[in-house]
Unconditional design. Structure first.
Length: 307
């Protein structure tokens, strides 16, 4: 997608008027179903069944960010604790991914850490895993601090890093001594060029270089949060050169996107996860998904055609 078009979608994701009006339209509500099975926990867990049958794990995130009151953060933490219980009850190979601002990072970082610490303990107790999602560049340092604090007490915690940020190579280097779990994505926020690569080729080169660095260390649980199969194959070739198989990393794709490719990769021996997002606060997240790939926009256009 051209850079100007990407900027339009990212602008729309933060526009208050559009954020209020567009989610109420039938077209938007229908189109978003490609990316999420529904707004409830039960719908998300039900959608996992088809993946579970094929040996594909699931990663869950309840949509929402930048809370304005700490009691809301408590409710979010309680929700995720219940989700972990349901994952165990249903014998699903599921994990959770949480945004720090969804747990009050803008209001009280220490309270946010306490919520994450509780969820990490709960995840360990249920045999699951806690991932910390990454938000815009303004939150990187605070999010890394939260992860380092958690990792000193918990093994089953991971963090998302964004390949388009110029700083990420140094961040990876600083995390390697922790034997981290890293979910690497390209990045979907509107960042200035001084902070982020804006050319797609630069982003891809950064993504591949960061992945290879982590593979070489062999002490990283590496998840590739991408639908770019070409990049996945390139990394598999690097892994083979290092004497590693296709199970040296995980492929983590979004629910409803390139599912045929995810199933094919699983049949070829790759470890795979499907990220299932759900919840009522889907609008900004959905617009960022549209900004990532032209194919997503084409899909929405097709939804506007009456059948």
């Amino acid at each position: 997608m051209s850079h100007p078009t990407r900027r339009v979608f990212l602008w729309a994701s933060t526009n208050p008027t559009l954020r209020e009006k567009l989610p109420q339209t039938r077209v938007m509500q229908r189109a978003v179903r490609r990316f999420m099975p529904g707004e409830t926990m039960d719908e998300a867990l039900t959608a996992a069944a088809e993946y579970e049958e094929r040996g594909i794990g699931t990663l869950y995130t309840r949509l929402g960010e930048n809370l304005t009151a700490l009691p809301e953060a408590q409710a979010v933490a309680d929700h995720y604790a219940t989700l972990l219980d349901e994952i165990r009850e249903r014998s699903v190979s599921g994990e959770i991914s949480v945004k720090p601002t969804q747990l009050g990072l803008d209001l009280d970082p220490d309270a946010t850490f306490r919520h994450l610490d509780r969820l990490a303990t709960h995840a360990e107790g249920t045999g699951s895993y806690l991932w910390i999602d990454m938000e815009s560049s303004a939150y990187v340092d605070a999010t890394l601090d939260l992860y380092r604090r958690l990792k000193s007490h918990h093994d089953r915690v991971g963090i998302c890093l964004q390949a388009y940020l110029r700083r990420t190579a140094k961040d990876v280097e600083s995390l390697l001594p922790l034997n981290p779990a890293v979910r690497l994505v390209k990045g979907a926020y509107d960042e200035p060029r001084r902070l982020a690569y804006t050319d797609a080729r630069e982003v891809d080169a950064s993504y591949l270089a960061l992945s290879v660095t982590m593979l070489r260390e062999r002490n990283v649980r590496l998840g590739l949060g991408t639908h770019d199969v070409r990049l996945i194959v390139q990394l598999a070739n690097h892994a083979a050169a290092l004497g590693l198989g296709p199970d040296a990393f995980e492929v983590q794709m979004l629910y409803g996107i390139r599912t045929d490719e995810l199933l094919r990769l699983r049949r070829e021996g790759y470890r795979c996860q499907a990220l299932i997002a759900y919840g009522a606060s889907w609008y900004p997240w959905y617009l960022r998904r549209l900004a990532e790939r032209p194919a997503n926009v084409a899909f929405v256009a097709r939804q506007m055609i009456p059948w």
